[in-house]
Write a protein that binds this ligand. Structure first.
Ligand SMILES: Cc1cc2nc3c(=O)[nH]c(=O)nc-3n(C[C@H](O)[C@H](O)[C@H](O)COP(=O)(O)O)c2cc1C
Length: 321
């Protein structure tokens, strides 16, 4: 009998990206790609049980049984340092329909780290143990408790202790962004560390960091001996990357990407945050530039424009509002 806890295979997970992958972007990307799960940007937990409206605001998919419109499950992510408050909020997230709960120990933001949340906890594996075990006990055996880490804070010296703490706390799944906090988002990602963890620990792993193409995905799987991947900036640069990896789809052409941009613009303008339209569009073009030279040209044309009608004229939508 196989008693290993490792049972997932070829899962593709959409990464949480605060301020970038919002509900609209999730809807778009999960309608285009066959993702297995979306982990949602973190909810900061300090010393309170947050009201339900906070959960619904960050994840309106909770109104749809915790699924995007195209039926991809979503999982809320909590970031905090107080085990009991993390546990209480985790229970609330589950009650509201989150498919499991994810705990963030990777956030590099100074403000968050200063108040003892996110990546700074990688310096104290014993705190990680307390948080994860308290959350796991509160949500129960049947609910997936996943954890997202970096390799460490300044270096990877504590990685074994960190993973040990997470495994001992009975977490079900561990996503490793293969860089330290000090590395920030600078390439490369050090996938070989994940391969090492895979050999040593009996916990389901998800590899994350610097997957921009099918070739990267194949190399990452090989080096990490992990078939489960989380895609972040890569899917914003190539919007059908998950299907390119999973279903051998052709990478989306610029003509298709333009249609998608138009569709996104229309949806963004219908939303209650259409005020942010021009900055959101420019933000996405910055990622698309990495894949499509044409996106660079378009970006150059609109980068100084603030008026949304001027931008819409250039990208080809006549807005009558
Ligand atoms: C703008 C931005 C926001 C992010 N927000 C979160 C977050 O809320 N929670 C989290 O665990 N990781 C967050 N991340 C990290 C990503 O989930 C991912 O781990 C990282 O981008 C590496 O993957 P990639 O190389 O595929 O982008 C964020 C990254 C970026 C660039």
């Amino acid at each position: 009998m196989n008693t290993s806890k490792k049972q997932l295979n070829n899962q593709l997970i959409l990464a949480p990206m605060e301020g970038v992958v919002d509900p609209l972007m999730r809807e778009l990307l999960t309608s285009l790609n066959n993702f297995d799960l979306c982990v949602i940007e973190f909810i900061r937990i300090i010393d309170a049980l947050l009201p339900e409206r906070v959960f619904y605001r960050i994840a309106p998919e909770l109104n749809n049984d915790g699924y995007t419109a195209s039926k991809t499950p979503i999982r809320l992510q909590l970031l905090g340092q107080h085990p009991q408050w993390m546990a209480e909020n985790a229970v609330r997230a589950i009650e509201l329909g989150s498919h499991g709960v994810d705990i963030n120990f990777g956030c590099p933001a100074k403000a968050v780290n200063k108040s003892k949340g996110g990546a700074v906890l990688l310096k104290t594996p014993e705190e990680i143990f307390k948080i994860v075990s308290c959350v796991k006990q509160a949500v129960g055996k049947e609910v997936i408790t996943s954890v997202k880490i970096r390799l460490g804070f300044d270096d990877a010296n504590l990685l074994d202790e960190i993973v040990d703490a997470i495994v001992s706390a009975n977490a079900d799944l561990l996503t490793i962004h293969a860089r330290t906090k000090r590395h920030g988002y600078k390439p490369p990602a050090y996938w070989e560390y994940i391969g090492d963890i895979q050999k040593k620990y009996d916990i389901e792993l998800v590899a994350n960091g610097e997957i921009w193409s099918k070739n990267d995905a194949s190399r990452c799987k090989k080096i990490t001996s992990t078939s489960n991947l989380m895609l972040g900036r890569g899917i914003l640069a190539l919007p059908n990357l998950a299907n390119v990896i999973k279903h051998e789809a052709e990478p989306m052409s610029w003509a298709e990407a333009t249609r998608l941009l138009l569709h996104y613009s229309q949806l963004e303008l219908q939303g209650d945050k259409s005020y942010y339209f021009s900055s959101r569009l420019k933000q996405w073009l910055r990622y698309l530039k990495l894949q499509y030279p044409e996106a660079e040209i378009l970006f150059e044309k609109i980068k100084t424009l603030k008026n949304k009608n001027d931008i819409l004229n250039i990208i080809g939508i006549n807005n009558t509002n």
